[in-house]
Design a protein around this ligand. Structure first.
Ligand SMILES: Cc1cc2nc3c(=O)[nH]c(=O)nc-3n(C[C@H](O)[C@H](O)[C@H](O)COP(=O)(O)OP(=O)(O)OC[C@H]3O[C@@H](n4cnc5c(N)ncnc54)[C@H](O)[C@@H]3O)c2cc1C
Ligand code: SF4
Ligand code: SF4
Length: 477
């Protein structure tokens, strides 16, 4: 291990959360905090608005528990144990029984959800068929709190349905893990891929939790943002984040394509403010504004260790359908039966698809976490060296492609710092002007947009023949 950071913490474990954080490898899942006395101190937001475990904290078994630890089992290991007899195995989406594209027909799941409503439908179906007693998922915070969203254990269908919609906002698992450990029952947990991986790693060490976590429901994931994304949206709408009561990151509009996102803030005075993402200085998902640094070292797009996972069907004709359409990957045979039963009853409108279709809907995410990850791994860095399922590699990449990956890393790292400066000085324009400039560079290099695009295309013509560098750099979360 080339790292100078891998020293033995005092309790004899080989790795500590602080090292992961310093190495830019802590996603803030809270799994390590849940497992120790540090629960009392709890996960805290750092000065960039990202969750971090207490600095002095080094739980036993941490090296096998943290989803980014080089000593923990990887997604392939976990999925091999959990889905040993899976029908299919694909290098991008892992082991699975069946994959589908479609949406929920019954009730208002589709209208209420960010996509086709399948995530909330599955959680409710598990509750209503008595397969679980509660669902851990992310809901708006009701009491007056610094945070807008948090994980909650919902025990009724109404409560689960009230949590529909995607939250591009930091959350952490320690509270619901604690509640599941204290209260006997069977639970389903909804989460992004790294959280679901962390939970399975924790279950390997904790027999009580292993027995109680009955189902894991994964969300496909592009990256995680800090709390500052909402703050920045508020600034760009002429408001302060303190005035914000709730956020809908993706307001549904059936008259527009599903991938034309609009963010809507509900203010504490009851009024609302909205803006399309493409009018935000930091609204291009692919540019990586406020991205957690650990996402630079992620290789799981589709929650390969979850019993079932859900994403958006970013492929035509579905992407143009403002009502929202899911892609669904089912890995648990029991959940496949549950889904097929509802299909046969006409409650779900799902067509079976192959792995190539699913991969195609997430082309940008896979490119960033295969080719892009290989490139990032090939660059020298300090701290703990991540061990990924992708080998370091930069050979064969054209300079423009390398520039795109480098620009994303730059934008994601600097957005935290520039926003912090603007915040300290109470001067939003410092951030918004910087963000607009970076966006122009990013979109010039990536999509050949504007004068920067023309200049870059002249210098590096290799990918500019269609006026875009690549069809799979589309934004989309
Ligand atoms: C950070 C993030 C990044 C994503 N990136 C992609 C992507 O790149 N490509 C893609 O196809 N899909 C992505 N998704 C998933 C997508 O946005 C939808 O959540 C998914 O398609 C399910 O839609 P639905 O209508 O079926 O879910 P809904 O019926 O709207 O239910 C969503 C469920 O997820 C829970 N939830 C919401 N936010 C979070 C969160 N942050 N952590 C844990 N649980 C949460 C809710 O409580 C609810 O139970 C992302 C989601 C998140 C949260
Ligand atoms: S990623 Fe999760 S388990 Fe790892 S150090 Fe951070 S909070 Fe702890
Ligand atoms: S991109 Fe990967 S590491 Fe980042 S939040 Fe999503 S699943 Fe976690």
């Amino acid at each position: 291990m080339p790292s100078t950071e891998r020293q033995m913490p005092p309790d004899g474990t080989s790795l500590a959360p602080k090292q992961m954080d310093r190495s830019g490898l802590c996603i803030g899942c809270g799994a390590c905090t849940a497992r120790s006395d540090a629960r009392a101190t709890g996960m805290r937001l750092d000065h960039y608005g990202q969750f971090k475990p207490p600095a002095s904290h080094h739980p036993r078994g941490f090296a096998q528990l943290c989803p980014f630890s080089p000593d923990a089992k990887n997604e392939d290991d976990i999925a091999r144990e959990r889905f040993a007899s899976a029908k299919h195995c694909d290098p991008h989406i892992g082991r699975f029984e069946a994959a589908y594209v479609g949406y929920v027909r019954e009730n208002t799941f589709r209208t209420d959800g960010s996509s086709g409503g399948m995530a909330s439908w599955t959680a409710v179906e598990l509750l209503e068929t008595n397969l679980v007693d509660g669902v851990a998922h992310v809901v708006p915070r009701s009491e007056d709190s610094e945070l807008l969203f948090h994980y909650r254990l919902s025990r009724t269908a109404e409560d689960v349905r009230a949590g529909a919609k995607s939250r591009y906002y930091p959350v952490e698992l320690s509270g619901v893990i604690d509640e599941m450990s204290r209260c006997p029952g069977r639970y389903a947990v909804v989460g992004i891929p790294c959280f679901i991986k962390a939970l399975h790693l924790l279950c390997l060490q904790d027999p009580v939790l292993r027995e109680r976590v009955a189902f894991t429901l994964g969300l496909f994931c592009g990256h995680m943002k800090s709390t500052r994304f909402v703050e920045s949206i508020a600034w760009q709408l002429g408001e302060k984040v303190e005035a914000v009561a709730d956020v809908d990151f993706r307001v549904k509009d059936v008259t527009r394509p599903a991938n034309w996102y609009t963010a809507r803030l509900l203010l504490k005075d009851g009024s609302t403010r909205s803006k399309d993402w493409w009018h935000l200085a930091d609204g291009d998902w692919g540019a990586g504004f406020f991205q957690n640094s650990a996402c630079n070292f992620c290789d799981d797009v589709v929650a390969e260790t979850a019993d079932i996972s859900f994403g958006d069907a970013w492929a035509e004709p579905y992407a143009s359908d403002g009502r929202g359409t899911n892609v669904v990957v089912v890995r648990s045979p029991l959940l496949r039966r549950l889904v097929d039963h509802a299909r046969n009853e006409g409650r779900l409108e799902l067509q079976e698809v192959d792995s190539a279709f699913v991969v195609g809907t997430q082309a940008a995410g896979f490119r960033q976490r295969r080719e892009g990850l290989a490139f990032r791994l090939s660059r020298p860095r300090r701290g703990v060296t991540p061990k990924k399922r992708v080998a370091p590699q930069r050979a064969g990449l054209v300079p423009r492609r390398m520039t795109i990956y480098w620009l994303r890393s730059l934008v994601s790292a600097q957005s935290h710092r520039v926003f912090r400066l603007a915040r300290i000085l109470h001067w939003p324009a410092i951030y918004t002007r910087w963000a607009s400039t970076m966006l122009a560079f990013y979109q010039g290099v990536t999509y050949s947009r504007g004068w920067i695009g023309k200049l870059v295309s002249r210098i590096c013509p290799e990918m500019a023949d269609s006026g875009r560098t690549s069809s799979d750099d589309e934004p989309g979360a």
